[in-house]
Design a protein around this ligand. Sequence first.
Ligand code: L34
Length: 298
Amino acid sequence: MTAKILDGKLMAAQMREELRVEAARLAAAGMRPGLGVILVGDNPASRSYVTAKEQACKDIGLYSDDNHLPASTSEADVLALIRRMNADPKIHGILVQLPLPKHIDESRALLAIDPEKDVDGFHPVNVGRMVIGEKAFLPCTPHGVVQMLARSGVQTSGRHVVVVGRSNIVGKPVANLLLQKKPNANATVTICHTGTPDMGMFTRQADILIVAAGRPNTVTADMVKDGAVVIDVGVNRIEDVTKKAGFRLVGDVDYEGVKEKASLITPVPGGVGPMTITMLLFNTVESARDALARAQKA
Ligand code: L34
Protein backbone atom coordinates (compact mmCIF):
# COMPACT_ATOMS: atom_id res chain seq x y z
CA MET A 1 0.00 0.00 0.00
CA THR A 2 1.14 3.56 -0.65
CA ALA A 3 0.13 6.05 1.98
CA LYS A 4 -1.88 9.22 1.67
CA ILE A 5 -0.22 12.16 3.37
CA LEU A 6 -1.88 13.67 6.41
CA ASP A 7 -1.07 17.34 5.85
CA GLY A 8 -0.73 18.94 9.30
CA LYS A 9 0.11 22.32 7.87
CA LEU A 10 -3.13 22.48 5.90
CA MET A 11 -5.19 21.19 8.82
CA ALA A 12 -3.54 23.72 11.13
CA ALA A 13 -4.36 26.55 8.71
CA GLN A 14 -8.02 25.50 8.64
CA MET A 15 -8.23 25.36 12.44
CA ARG A 16 -6.48 28.73 12.77
CA GLU A 17 -9.17 30.27 10.53
CA GLU A 18 -11.84 28.96 12.94
CA LEU A 19 -9.87 30.27 15.91
CA ARG A 20 -9.46 33.71 14.32
CA VAL A 21 -13.24 34.06 14.10
CA GLU A 22 -13.71 32.98 17.72
CA ALA A 23 -10.91 35.27 18.95
CA ALA A 24 -12.57 38.23 17.19
CA ARG A 25 -15.89 37.39 18.85
CA LEU A 26 -14.23 37.27 22.29
CA ALA A 27 -12.34 40.52 21.62
CA ALA A 28 -15.62 42.23 20.69
CA ALA A 29 -17.01 41.07 24.04
CA GLY A 30 -14.03 42.68 25.81
CA MET A 31 -11.98 39.50 26.28
CA ARG A 32 -9.25 39.42 23.63
CA PRO A 33 -7.37 36.15 24.28
CA GLY A 34 -3.78 36.67 25.47
CA LEU A 35 -0.76 34.39 25.80
CA GLY A 36 2.22 34.99 28.08
CA VAL A 37 5.37 33.48 26.58
CA ILE A 38 8.52 32.61 28.53
CA LEU A 39 11.61 31.33 26.73
CA VAL A 40 14.81 31.00 28.75
CA GLY A 41 18.13 30.50 26.97
CA ASP A 42 19.12 30.14 23.35
CA ASN A 43 18.38 26.57 22.32
CA PRO A 44 17.93 27.08 18.55
CA ALA A 45 15.05 24.60 18.21
CA SER A 46 13.18 26.12 21.17
CA ARG A 47 13.71 29.59 19.76
CA SER A 48 12.29 28.55 16.39
CA TYR A 49 9.21 26.90 17.98
CA VAL A 50 8.56 29.88 20.27
CA THR A 51 8.92 32.40 17.45
CA ALA A 52 6.43 30.37 15.41
CA LYS A 53 4.00 30.40 18.36
CA GLU A 54 4.29 34.16 18.79
CA GLN A 55 3.76 34.71 15.06
CA ALA A 56 0.73 32.40 15.11
CA CYS A 57 -0.80 34.47 17.95
CA LYS A 58 -0.39 37.64 15.90
CA ASP A 59 -1.81 35.97 12.78
CA ILE A 60 -5.10 35.10 14.49
CA GLY A 61 -5.41 38.30 16.52
CA LEU A 62 -4.31 37.15 19.97
CA TYR A 63 -2.40 39.39 22.36
CA SER A 64 1.00 37.97 23.29
CA ASP A 65 3.45 39.04 25.97
CA ASP A 66 6.76 37.75 24.61
CA ASN A 67 9.65 37.23 27.02
CA HIS A 68 12.95 35.88 25.69
CA LEU A 69 15.30 35.74 28.67
CA PRO A 70 19.03 34.95 28.79
CA ALA A 71 20.16 31.48 29.91
CA SER A 72 21.58 33.07 33.06
CA THR A 73 18.12 34.14 34.33
CA SER A 74 17.61 32.96 37.90
CA GLU A 75 14.85 30.59 38.94
CA ALA A 76 13.49 33.30 41.25
CA ASP A 77 13.13 35.70 38.31
CA VAL A 78 11.31 33.11 36.21
CA LEU A 79 8.95 32.32 39.11
CA ALA A 80 8.31 36.04 39.64
CA LEU A 81 7.45 36.48 35.96
CA ILE A 82 5.05 33.51 36.10
CA ARG A 83 3.34 35.05 39.16
CA ARG A 84 3.02 38.40 37.41
CA MET A 85 1.37 36.63 34.45
CA ASN A 86 -0.94 34.69 36.82
CA ALA A 87 -2.21 38.06 38.08
CA ASP A 88 -2.44 39.79 34.67
CA PRO A 89 -6.05 39.85 33.39
CA LYS A 90 -4.87 40.34 29.78
CA ILE A 91 -3.15 36.93 29.90
CA HIS A 92 -5.30 33.79 29.67
CA GLY A 93 -2.54 31.32 28.95
CA ILE A 94 1.07 30.95 30.06
CA LEU A 95 3.68 29.10 27.99
CA VAL A 96 6.96 28.19 29.66
CA GLN A 97 8.87 26.59 26.77
CA LEU A 98 10.73 23.40 27.75
CA PRO A 99 13.47 22.44 28.29
CA LEU A 100 14.56 25.05 30.84
CA PRO A 101 18.26 25.56 31.68
CA LYS A 102 19.50 23.05 34.26
CA HIS A 103 19.68 25.52 37.16
CA ILE A 104 15.90 26.05 36.97
CA ASP A 105 13.68 23.36 38.48
CA GLU A 106 11.18 22.49 35.77
CA SER A 107 8.52 21.05 38.04
CA ARG A 108 8.74 24.07 40.36
CA ALA A 109 8.15 26.37 37.38
CA LEU A 110 5.20 24.33 36.09
CA LEU A 111 3.65 24.20 39.59
CA ALA A 112 3.81 28.00 39.81
CA ILE A 113 1.46 28.41 36.83
CA ASP A 114 -2.19 29.01 37.76
CA PRO A 115 -3.93 25.82 36.51
CA GLU A 116 -6.61 28.06 34.94
CA LYS A 117 -3.86 29.56 32.70
CA ASP A 118 -1.95 26.33 32.12
CA VAL A 119 -2.58 26.11 28.36
CA ASP A 120 0.18 23.50 27.94
CA GLY A 121 -1.66 21.19 30.32
CA PHE A 122 1.55 20.32 32.19
CA HIS A 123 0.49 21.35 35.72
CA PRO A 124 -0.19 18.23 37.82
CA VAL A 125 -3.76 19.46 38.44
CA ASN A 126 -4.47 19.41 34.70
CA VAL A 127 -2.63 16.12 34.20
CA GLY A 128 -4.78 14.60 36.95
CA ARG A 129 -8.00 16.03 35.54
CA MET A 130 -7.13 14.67 32.10
CA VAL A 131 -6.40 11.18 33.42
CA ILE A 132 -9.72 10.95 35.28
CA GLY A 133 -11.58 12.34 32.24
CA GLU A 134 -12.60 15.72 33.67
CA LYS A 135 -12.47 19.04 31.80
CA ALA A 136 -8.82 20.07 31.58
CA PHE A 137 -6.37 21.87 29.33
CA LEU A 138 -5.02 19.06 27.17
CA PRO A 139 -1.30 19.08 26.29
CA CYS A 140 -0.81 20.52 22.82
CA THR A 141 1.00 17.76 20.94
CA PRO A 142 -1.24 14.89 22.16
CA HIS A 143 -4.35 17.03 21.61
CA GLY A 144 -3.08 17.85 18.12
CA VAL A 145 -2.60 14.16 17.33
CA VAL A 146 -6.16 13.36 18.45
CA GLN A 147 -7.50 16.22 16.27
CA MET A 148 -5.51 15.01 13.27
CA LEU A 149 -7.00 11.53 13.56
CA ALA A 150 -10.53 12.85 14.12
CA ARG A 151 -10.43 15.40 11.30
CA SER A 152 -9.07 12.83 8.84
CA GLY A 153 -11.92 10.48 9.70
CA VAL A 154 -9.69 7.84 11.31
CA GLN A 155 -11.78 5.72 13.69
CA THR A 156 -10.05 5.08 17.00
CA SER A 157 -12.81 3.29 18.88
CA GLY A 158 -12.06 -0.41 19.09
CA ARG A 159 -8.77 -0.05 17.22
CA HIS A 160 -5.33 -0.93 18.54
CA VAL A 161 -3.15 2.14 19.10
CA VAL A 162 0.54 1.54 19.78
CA VAL A 163 2.48 4.49 21.22
CA VAL A 164 6.27 4.46 21.05
CA GLY A 165 7.66 6.69 23.80
CA ARG A 166 6.64 7.47 27.36
CA SER A 167 7.52 11.14 27.89
CA ASN A 168 5.35 13.34 30.07
CA ILE A 169 4.72 15.71 27.18
CA VAL A 170 3.72 13.19 24.47
CA GLY A 171 3.78 9.43 25.11
CA LYS A 172 1.99 9.21 28.45
CA PRO A 173 -0.68 11.82 27.70
CA VAL A 174 -1.48 10.68 24.14
CA ALA A 175 -1.94 7.11 25.41
CA ASN A 176 -4.20 8.42 28.16
CA LEU A 177 -6.34 10.53 25.83
CA LEU A 178 -6.89 7.67 23.39
CA LEU A 179 -7.98 5.18 26.04
CA GLN A 180 -10.66 7.46 27.51
CA LYS A 181 -14.25 6.27 27.12
CA LYS A 182 -15.05 9.28 24.95
CA PRO A 183 -15.55 10.29 21.30
CA ASN A 184 -12.31 10.24 19.24
CA ALA A 185 -10.82 7.79 21.75
CA ASN A 186 -11.94 4.43 23.20
CA ALA A 187 -8.94 2.62 21.70
CA THR A 188 -6.98 -0.33 23.03
CA VAL A 189 -3.62 1.23 23.85
CA THR A 190 -0.15 -0.30 24.13
CA ILE A 191 2.89 1.75 25.13
CA CYS A 192 6.41 0.72 24.03
CA HIS A 193 9.59 2.36 25.29
CA THR A 194 13.34 1.88 25.67
CA GLY A 195 12.66 -0.95 28.11
CA THR A 196 10.65 -2.94 25.53
CA PRO A 197 12.83 -5.81 24.20
CA ASP A 198 11.11 -6.57 20.87
CA MET A 199 9.31 -3.41 19.87
CA GLY A 200 8.39 -4.69 16.38
CA MET A 201 6.33 -7.47 17.92
CA PHE A 202 4.02 -4.75 19.31
CA THR A 203 4.21 -2.12 16.57
CA ARG A 204 3.26 -4.69 13.90
CA GLN A 205 -0.07 -5.11 15.71
CA ALA A 206 -0.90 -1.41 15.53
CA ASP A 207 -3.85 -0.14 13.52
CA ILE A 208 -2.63 3.33 14.53
CA LEU A 209 1.05 3.81 15.35
CA ILE A 210 2.12 6.98 17.19
CA VAL A 211 5.87 7.48 17.37
CA ALA A 212 7.35 9.91 19.89
CA ALA A 213 10.74 8.41 20.68
CA GLY A 214 12.98 11.39 19.91
CA ARG A 215 15.30 9.35 17.68
CA PRO A 216 15.44 9.04 13.86
CA ASN A 217 14.59 5.66 12.29
CA THR A 218 13.06 4.28 15.48
CA VAL A 219 10.32 2.76 13.31
CA THR A 220 11.19 1.08 9.99
CA ALA A 221 8.94 -0.51 7.35
CA ASP A 222 9.35 -4.05 8.76
CA MET A 223 7.78 -2.81 12.03
CA VAL A 224 4.55 -1.57 10.41
CA LYS A 225 1.41 -3.51 9.48
CA ASP A 226 0.15 -3.02 5.93
CA GLY A 227 -2.50 -0.28 5.92
CA ALA A 228 -1.65 1.16 9.34
CA VAL A 229 -2.06 4.87 10.14
CA VAL A 230 1.33 6.30 11.19
CA ILE A 231 1.70 9.52 13.20
CA ASP A 232 5.32 10.69 13.45
CA VAL A 233 5.78 13.08 16.38
CA GLY A 234 9.58 13.28 16.16
CA VAL A 235 11.38 16.44 15.07
CA ASN A 236 15.12 15.73 14.78
CA ARG A 237 17.71 18.05 13.30
CA ILE A 238 20.32 16.08 11.40
CA GLU A 239 23.44 17.56 9.87
CA ASP A 240 23.14 18.26 6.14
CA VAL A 241 25.85 20.34 4.50
CA THR A 242 23.76 20.73 1.33
CA LYS A 243 21.23 22.82 3.32
CA LYS A 244 21.73 26.51 4.01
CA ALA A 245 20.90 26.00 7.70
CA GLY A 246 23.41 23.14 7.89
CA PHE A 247 20.73 20.64 8.93
CA ARG A 248 17.47 19.10 7.84
CA LEU A 249 14.49 17.86 9.83
CA VAL A 250 13.51 14.22 10.04
CA GLY A 251 10.96 12.45 12.19
CA ASP A 252 11.34 9.28 14.24
CA VAL A 253 9.96 7.14 11.39
CA ASP A 254 11.83 6.00 8.27
CA TYR A 255 9.40 7.94 6.09
CA GLU A 256 10.51 6.65 2.67
CA GLY A 257 10.18 3.02 3.71
CA VAL A 258 7.10 3.29 5.89
CA LYS A 259 5.04 5.31 3.40
CA GLU A 260 4.95 2.26 1.12
CA LYS A 261 3.12 0.28 3.82
CA ALA A 262 0.96 2.76 5.70
CA SER A 263 -2.48 3.91 4.53
CA LEU A 264 -1.99 7.40 6.00
CA ILE A 265 1.20 9.04 7.29
CA THR A 266 2.24 12.42 8.69
CA PRO A 267 5.32 14.09 7.16
CA VAL A 268 8.11 15.87 9.06
CA PRO A 269 8.16 18.83 8.74
CA GLY A 270 4.53 19.78 8.09
CA GLY A 271 2.84 17.11 10.18
CA VAL A 272 2.31 17.18 13.92
CA GLY A 273 4.46 20.31 14.60
CA PRO A 274 2.07 22.89 13.12
CA MET A 275 -0.82 21.22 14.98
CA THR A 276 1.06 21.50 18.31
CA ILE A 277 1.20 25.26 17.81
CA THR A 278 -2.46 25.38 16.79
CA MET A 279 -3.62 23.55 19.90
CA LEU A 280 -1.79 26.12 22.04
CA LEU A 281 -3.86 28.80 20.33
CA PHE A 282 -6.97 26.64 20.80
CA ASN A 283 -6.35 26.31 24.55
CA THR A 284 -5.64 30.03 24.92
CA VAL A 285 -8.89 30.92 23.14
CA GLU A 286 -10.75 28.42 25.33
CA SER A 287 -9.21 29.94 28.45
CA ALA A 288 -10.37 33.42 27.42
CA ARG A 289 -13.86 32.04 26.75
CA ASP A 290 -13.90 30.56 30.28
CA ALA A 291 -12.69 33.87 31.72
CA LEU A 292 -15.48 35.73 29.90
CA ALA A 293 -18.06 33.27 31.24
CA ARG A 294 -16.75 33.78 34.79
CA ALA A 295 -16.84 37.57 34.36
CA GLN A 296 -20.41 37.48 33.08
CA LYS A 297 -21.50 35.33 36.02
CA ALA A 298 -19.93 37.61 38.61
N1 L34 B 1 6.12 24.11 27.22
N2 L34 B 1 7.52 23.06 25.72
C1 L34 B 1 6.30 23.46 26.07
N3 L34 B 1 5.20 23.23 25.28
C2 L34 B 1 5.33 22.58 24.11
O1 L34 B 1 4.26 22.29 23.37
C3 L34 B 1 6.62 22.18 23.70
N4 L34 B 1 6.85 21.59 22.47
C4 L34 B 1 7.88 20.54 22.37
C5 L34 B 1 9.15 21.09 23.01
N5 L34 B 1 8.92 21.90 24.20
C6 L34 B 1 7.70 22.41 24.54
C7 L34 B 1 6.75 22.22 21.29
O2 L34 B 1 6.21 23.30 21.15
C8 L34 B 1 7.98 20.35 20.88
N6 L34 B 1 7.30 21.48 20.29
C9 L34 B 1 7.23 21.77 18.90
C10 L34 B 1 6.46 22.81 18.39
C11 L34 B 1 6.40 23.10 17.04
C12 L34 B 1 7.12 22.35 16.16
C13 L34 B 1 7.89 21.31 16.64
C14 L34 B 1 7.95 21.03 17.99
C15 L34 B 1 7.06 22.70 14.71
O3 L34 B 1 6.41 23.64 14.34
N7 L34 B 1 7.76 21.97 13.84
C16 L34 B 1 7.79 22.26 12.44
C17 L34 B 1 9.22 22.51 11.99
C18 L34 B 1 9.85 23.62 12.76
C19 L34 B 1 11.25 23.94 12.33
O4 L34 B 1 11.42 24.30 11.17
O5 L34 B 1 12.17 23.80 13.15
C20 L34 B 1 7.21 21.08 11.68
O6 L34 B 1 6.72 21.28 10.58
O7 L34 B 1 7.26 19.97 12.20
